[in-house]
Design a protein around this ligand. Structure first.
Ligand code: ZN
Ligand code: ZN
Length: 318
């Protein structure tokens, strides 16, 4: 099975995104890049180099529904006529309008984010939406954990690896223990467990960091020899990266617990203390990071949590 990585430009801070062509029947691309002219031009060039055209694609598989990964899915599908689009159905919120805004707003209010900031974040959503087409429920096929994507000479096993987003999926080729992991595993940065409504009960928060730790351990159980991430170079030493991530999470948790004063604190306050200079989308990501670590510390019984006037206050244990 020939896996052809193609690096595509994005207008985002993260830099280029990696998409992966499985150069075999049925011709499949994993992730698409955002919807920009530069990206589609680069994708066409990458496909041509491998001997293909967009119209040859039969399957468009998405690791998750962030704009830098899914933006061109509809355009590619339309151009390739009968290509089928696959994404995990826990990515629903992203597919329609990035996230269902009201559900998300509730989570931000609960995290103590001031109204003016929430409005700014809303503006950012609108801006990000330009980089991806939305999908209706009847326009995609859901990816299922442990199902196989069959190819002429083998298959890729679908692994539901939630954390970065609720519906993030990775793809395992058992023959050589290679994994395509999207933003679940990135070489140079620790992925953000993005603040999301729980897909089963959207009034609740998805326990993103707790789920993420399970996903990382699950990937480890396959002893991967090579992991292709959504950004940056592939990872040849997953074991080293796994331990590095865990040390980083432990350090961050220690830091977060240290920022919880006697009278309590919101996730927003903690985010401002951890990342005082974050702006734009990083302001949202810093809240996400704070909530993820505070929630995990709470679920591990290390700090308390109480609801006060719609806002959650994290407190030391008495
Ligand atoms: Zn992502
Ligand atoms: Zn990404």
């Amino acid at each position: 099975m020939r896996v052809v990585p193609i690096s595509l430009p994005t207008p985002f801070y993260i830099g280029p995104v990696n998409v992966y062509l499985i150069a075999e029947d049925p011709l499949t691309i994993i992730d698409t890049g955002p919807k920009t002219k530069e990206t589609i031009d680069a994708l066409r060039a990458g496909l041509r180099k491998a001997g293909y055209l967009v119209s040859d694609l039969r399957r468009i598989v998405l690791t998750h529904a962030h704009e830098d990964h899914c933006g061109l899915a509809r355009s590619l599908r339309d151009e390739a006529k009968n290509a089928e689009v696959f994404v995990h159905n826990w990515e629903t919120g992203h597919r329609h309008s990035r996230l269902e805004y009201e559900e998300h707003r509730t989570l931000l209010v609960r995290a103590g984010v001031p109204d003016a900031e929430i409005e700014r974040m809303r503006g950012l959503y609108e801006y990000m939406r330009r980089y991806a087409d939305s999908f209706g429920d009847d326009e995609y096929t859901s990816l299922w954990d442990e199902a196989e994507l069959e190819f002429e000479s083998g298959s890729l096993r679908i692994l539901h690896t939630p954390g970065h987003t609720p519906g993030s999926c990775s793809f395992l080729r058992e023959a050589d223990r290679t994994i395509i992991a999207g933003d679940c595993v990135l070489k140079r940065i620790t992925p953000n467990p993005v603040l999301s409504p729980d897909p089963i009960d959207p009034t609740r928060r998805f326990p993103s960091l707790a789920e993420y730790l399970v996903s990382l351990a699950r990937l480890r159980s396959f002893s991967p020899t090579l992991v292709y991430g959504g950004h940056g170079e592939p990872i040849r030493d997953y074991e080293e990266l796994f331990h590095r991530y865990f040390r980083a999470f432990q350090d961050r948790q220690g830091q977060v617990i240290g920022l919880v004063p006697k009278n309590g604190v919101t996730a927003w306050d903690v985010a401002l203390k951890m990342f005082p200079h974050a702006d734009d989308v990083h302001r949202f990501l810093s809240v996400s990071e704070a909530v993820a670590h505070l929630d995990l510390a709470h679920s591990e019984g290390k700090i308390g949590l109480e609801l006060k006037d719609q806002t959650e206050l994290y407190k030391p244990l008495t």
